[in-house]
Design a protein around this ligand. Structure first.
Ligand SMILES: C[S@@+](CC[C@H](N)C(=O)[O-])C[C@H]1O[C@@H](n2cnc3c(N)ncnc32)[C@H](O)[C@@H]1O
Length: 252
């Protein structure tokens, strides 16, 4: 289960890659724009500012996220759905999927299918975190082993920019990687990297463990994170690599 309020912690840091991604989409007057894995909807709605004439849709498998997104009352149609079942309508000229496909093991097949199904000259833009080898995730897997939750923690669910470029070789591809240095303020007793991870990577652990085990897991991981990401000057420096792909389907 996704908790939109926990996910929204560090909203500015989480939004920046979305804006960096959509800045590389060259569409001028798309007929329809779809955001797959739209989450709580604020970023989806920002697309209405860029393309006011487009029919805008946000799709997410989490009813909690769709409830939040729909509550904005903005000019988008938000609905629950699984990206794996989604097929583009013939007028979808822009498909955006930000920070979602790392949760979908078969996403490489989906990317190939979507580029085949989108109309000629359409844009597909995706971003996934590429930080699964970072100390945060290595430590998460180490602590996870001690608690018997390894099977819900993924080693390397995403490729790098070159893998995706090779996969979409029929399209015009712009693929790149960026490592953001997030300076997370230490503004309470909890380690900020732990608070960050609670919004995303720790969710599967939380739902697997009972409450006592979850509290103990959190404390153990916090101790490890304090060693890996020490606080200096009231901040913790948290490097975060992300992988971006913008592909344009061939014109007919
Ligand atoms: C990290 S959030 C990203 C939300 C939003 N795109 C953003 O950039 O803030 C990942 C989202 O993907 C959704 N998601 C995960 N697997 C999905 C699937 N198979 N189909 C649809 N949505 C999915 C989750 O419910 C969650 O809202």
């Amino acid at each position: 289960m996704w908790d939109p309020s926990v996910y929204r912690r560090f909203g500015a840091e989480r939004s920046r890659p979305f804006f960096d991604l959509v800045a590389r989409i060259g569409a001028e007057r798309p007929r329809a724009v779809v955001d797959l894995g739209c989450g709580p909807g604020e970023l989806t709605l920002s697309l209405a500012g860029r393309w006011p004439g487009a029919r805008l849709t946000g799709i997410d498998s989490s009813p909690e996220m769709i409830e939040k997104a729909s509550a904005h009352g903005g000019p988008a149609d938000f609905r629950t759905g699984d990206v794996r079942d989604w097929h583009p309508e013939p007028d979808v000229d822009v498909l955006v999927t930000n920070a979602t496909l790392q949760w979908v093991p078969e996403h490489r097949d989906l990317l190939v299918r979507w580029t085949r199904e989108l109309p000629p000259g359409a844009w597909l833009a995706m971003q996934v975190p590429g930080n699964f080898g970072a100390p945060s995730h290595v430590l998460l897997r180490e602590v996870g082993k001690r608690y018997g939750v390894s099977d819900v923690l993924r080693e390397a669910p995403v490729g790098d920019a070159a893998d995706y470029a090779a996969l979409l070789d029929g399209a015009e591809v712009d693929a790149w990687e960026t490592t953001y240095l997030h300076l997370l303020p230490v503004d309470g007793p909890e380690h900020p990297v732990l608070r960050w991870m609670e919004g995303t990577a720790l969710r599967p652990v939380k739902v697997t463990l009972d409450d006592n085990a979850w509290q103990s897991f959190r404390a153990d991981l916090a101790r490890e994170l304090t060693g890996a990401y020490p606080a200096t000057g009231g901040y913790v420096a948290f490097p975060f690599r992300r992988v971006f792909v913008v592909a344009r389907t061939a014109s007919s």
